[in-house]
Ligand binder design. Structure first.
Ligand code: NAD
Ligand code: DAU
Length: 341
């Protein structure tokens, strides 16, 4: 018998890629996407999934206990994978309260429903940002699962808090949980407020590319499908109560990522505009994924050179998608945050 898997936040970037990954690779299972459709969630993203009898979409908020309870009573899920979150660091600096509410209280509400309905696994999709940052001059250092929590932004503090709560529910109530902490993802359906899609779209429109500070901060990029494959493995074979780091040893300075995008698109570097730095800007992220590789045999499949071209091609061939998601609220956010038109 197939599994019923509730995927919260499945209309967002990684959640939707995960929905498609599961539909393609796990034909026996039913995928139920539960998403509030905030500015970051988009039903157009799920248009293809909607055609599958294996898939159901339910609009709802993870902080709404009644809506979550109704969903769980109807679907009786074996597994719940929590992607739903406020995910953008810059927005968390402007509106921290929303991040605490969604990311912490939402996780608690979901876990209470999991306890009540005897869910077999609650998986929390977390981030490497909970570890804080690493210095730029120590390339020998990596985040391991033993690295202490040391969050820098309201976003990462809210994700670290949720992780602690997940571990507390495991210890106190015996809730069967797992947590994954992944590095920066890139790929299709990435909302254009984030570095890579923002730079692609601005370059296409010959608009300035806003690089925070000198652009020397380092991120460890992973193609989104590799992250989805890792989560798929963890929810099926990962040890209950365990924590797994996910990353592919692909560190790059922001300025170098931006230059690669300009080069692939044949646009001039004169479009780069160094702007005011992000407050509390983390210097370097770098994941050690050795536990995931040795315990579950996961390795990333997509090299950055291939993944970035595939991503750029996707944005070139999905103009309708990004034109729709960048209208409305996003225009106001962009103009206020960057002061650029
Ligand atoms: P995203 O912002 O693209 O999508 C978030 C989704 O959650 C949207 O569909 C939104 O509508 C939904 N959502 C927000 N609040 C909700 C609520 N209260 N109830 C129900 N749905 C709600 O985010 P993403 O980049 O896809 O990230 C997904 C998860 O992965 C997050 O938990 C994030 O912390 C984590 N993560 C992201 C990255 C990355 O590089 N993007 C890396 C590691 C971990
Ligand atoms: O590491 C995982 C995290 O990666 C996830 O938990 C977050 O949800 C996700 O948003 C991402 O966080 P970052 O802050 O690293 O991603 P972002 O795309 O916002 O920024 C990447 C780097 O690029 C960062 O050093 C800031 C810089 N940047 C970003 C933007 C939006 C710029 O220089 N200019 C920009 O306009």
């Amino acid at each position: 018998m197939g599994l019923n898997i509730v995927v919260t936040g499945g209309a967002g970037f990684i959640g939707s890629n995960f929905v498609y990954y599961e539909l393609a690779n796990r034909p026996g299972d039913k995928i139920i996407c539960f998403d509030a459709l905030t500015y970051a969630g988009n039903l157009e993203t799920l248009e293809e999934a909607m055609k599958s009898p294996q898939f159901r979409f339910v609009k709802g908020d993870i902080t709404d206990a009644a809506a979550v309870g109704k969903l769980f009573a109807e679907e009786k899920p074996e597994i719940v994978v929590n992607f739903a979150a406020e995910s953008h660091v810059d927005r968390s600096i402007e509106t921290p309260g929303l991040f605490l509410h969604t990311n912490i209280i939402g996780t608690q509400v979901l876990m209470d429903a999991c306890r009540k309905h005897g869910v077999r696994r609650f998986h929390q999709v977390s981030t490497d940002e909970v570890y804080g940052d690493l210095p730029l001059d120590r390339p020998d250092l990596f985040f391991t699962e033993q690295t202490p929590l040391h969050a820098s932004s309201p976003y990462s503090a809210s994700k670290a808090s949720a992780d602690l709560l997940v571990q507390a529910y495991h210890r106190t109530y015996g809730l069967p949980v797992s947590i994954s902490r992944c590095s920066n993802n890139y790929g299709p359906y990435h909302f254009p407020e984030k570095l890579i899609p923002l730079m692609i779209l601005n370059a296409l429109a010959d608009k300035p590319l806003p690089v925070y500070g000198a652009g020397e901060n380092v991120r460890d990029w992973l193609y989104v499908e590799d992250h989805c494959a890792a989560i798929d493995l963890i929810i099926r074979k990962g040890k209950i109560g365990s924590l797994y780091n996910v990353g592919g040893h692909n560190e790059k300075r922001n300025i170098d990522v931006v230059k690669i995008i300009l080069q692939v698109l044949g646009k001039p570097e004169s479009l780069i505009r160094h702007v005011e730095d992000r407050k509390g800007h983390d210097l370097r992220y770098a994941i050690d994924p050795a536990k995931l590789t040795s315990e579950l045999g996961w390795t990333p499949k997509t090299k950055f050179e291939d993944g970035i071209r595939r991503t750029i091609d996707w944005y070139l061939s999905h103009r309708d998608w990004w034109e729709h998601v960048t209208s409305g609220e996003y225009v106001e956010y962009y103009e206020k945050h960057y002061g650029l038109k």
